[in-house]
Design a protein around this ligand. Structure first.
Ligand code: PLP
Length: 458
């Protein structure tokens, strides 16, 4: 099969294929917001569409491409792995490449975290972490945060703090208790009965990009220790340099009992994740030879993913991407904060490293207030489209809205971007904000029409 020719010959049918065989509602969304491009090549922070337009990727596949797209070092290692005819997934053996990646992960995490279980996704990691915590403590209650996102399988969904994902799936797992994020009193109230197996949280919440106070996670650690609860840190999105440190919890020098990682670990090539725990927790789950498969999967330790993981960790180190994430993140946040002083709709910029939320809010001036109210009355989701649509349409920069019903745009660029990329984004944002501050004006009319169109076709 000549896959390149096949892709080329059927490229124009992409959206029709998805409409017919995959997810027609998503196709409709992409068409309505004008994001229905056919991307045909990618390198680093650049996507190239069928018309040859170069798009600056400030989404990075929801945080998968920390090292940029199609990194040549990882591609070469995967090819080498394919060409060495290594035995893969023998199952009744243990493989050297998975052993090496486990060793590499143990090296970059705090010393106590040295037992690794490989998974195929973030949600699978969360499922496993919940099982490990229940088995290791003999308790079943799990405390989680409002607005949390840990994936969409049933266990992970039971600790998801967003109604739009939970609805139509109830009843979910019993004994899952929500608390507000960044609230130690609420957490203590939920843990104080001493019956919670685990508290699970993202160090920085992905939906909305909410950053906790500096004393929150040290306090979480103390409370979990006090009440015998295991602390599960979900660093699926924040891991591997995304926030300017290897792991976001490093900002506060906190070690979780169970660390869940995925997304960026394999350089975006092959699904891969890991649950990294303290050995004592692992030993309580896998506590005798009969239970050596107490938790397992088929593809978790596949050679291609393992090799991609080793290569990706090497690239992160060799290219000094963690420092770069911190530096470019500060640069972008400073630029955006300068804009917040000039544009009244831009209320707050929050984040760490290259995980940044740009929060909009009600304006002070009368005319803009009218536009803001009109739009929000039509649809809570509309305002940010006024930012993300022209960013792509006019400036060829791909971004996303930070979550349902939020007036927040989120940027997650690859960590390899440079100051020219950051300047391109800041200039584009400035241009888009200038337009958004003219009411009445074409920017408001465009999203109003979009709202009317979606209401009609819903
Ligand atoms: C923090 C967090 N946890 C878990 C997940 C689920 O990962 P996956 O989509 O690989 O199942 C995500 C995905 O966005 C995430 O951001």
């Amino acid at each position: 099969m000549d896959i390149a020719s096949l892709i080329q010959s059927r490229l124009s049918e992409t959206y029709e294929l998805h409409r017919r065989y995959v997810n027609p509602q998503f196709v409709r969304v992409l068409e309505v917001i004008g994001f229905n491009r056919n991307y045909c090549r990618a390198r680093g922070a650049t996507l190239i569409d069928e018309k040859g337009r170069e798009v600056l990727d400030f989404l990075a596949g929801f945080g998968v491409f920390n090292i940029g797209r199609n990194h040549p070092v990882v591609a070469q290692v995967i090819q080498d792995m394919l060409h060495c005819s290594a035995p893969n997934l023998v199952q009744m053996d243990v493989g050297v490449v998975s052993g090496l990646l486990a060793e590499a992960l143990a090296r970059i995490t705090p010393t106590e975290l040295n037992a690794v279980f490989f998974t195929n996704s973030g949600a699978e990691g969360v499922e496993g972490a919940l099982k490990f915590a229940r088995q290791a403590t003999g308790r079943h209650k799990v405390v989680y945060c409002n607005r949390a996102f840990h994936g969409l399988t049933l266990g992970a969904l039971s600790v998801n703090g967003n109604e739009e994902f939970r609805s139509r799936n109830e009843p979910l797992l019993p004994g899952c208790i929500p608390v507000p994020f960044n609230d130690l009193n609420a957490l203590e109230a939920a843990l104080s009965a001493g019956d919670a197996a685990a508290f699970i949280a993202e160090p920085i919440q992905g939906k909305g990009v909410f950053v906790p106070d500096d004393d929150y996670f040290p306090g979480v650690r103390r409370l979990c220790d006090r009440y015998g609860t295991l602390f599960i840190a979900d660093e699926v999105q924040t891991g591997f340099g995304r926030t300017g440190r290897m792991f976001a919890l490093n900002h506060w020098d906190v070690t979780p009992d169970i660390l869940v990682v995925s997304k960026a670990l394999s350089g975006g090539y092959i699904p891969l994740g890991a649950i990294i725990t303290k050995r004592a927790i692992h030993s309580r789950v896998f506590d005798c030879m009969d239970r050596c498969f107490a938790h397992s999967n088929t593809f978790g330790q596949n050679n291609l993913a393992m090799a991609a993981g080793l290569a990706t960790l090497d690239v992160i180190e060799q290219e000094n991407l963690i420092d770069r994430s911190a530096r470019l993140g500060n640069y972008l946040m400073k630029g955006l904060n300068d804009m917040a002083a000039r544009y009244e709709l831009l209320h707050q910029v929050r984040g760490k490293g290259l995980m940044i939320g740009i929060q909009f809010g009600p304006p002070r001036s009368l005319s803009l207030k009218t536009g803001w109210k009109l739009l929000h009355k039509m649809n809570e989701e509309l305002f940010c489209q006024m930012i993300t649509i022209p960013l792509l349409e006019r400036h060829h920069i791909l971004t996303q809205v930070a979550g349902h019903g939020l007036d927040t745009v989120k940027i997650l660029p690859p960590l390899i971007i440079d100051t020219a990329d950051a300047d391109r984004f800041l200039n584009a944002m400035d241009d888009v904000l200038k337009d958004a501050h003219k009411f009445p004006g074409s920017a408001w009319t465009t999203v109003k029409n979009l709202g009317l169109r979606t209401a009609k076709t819903a």
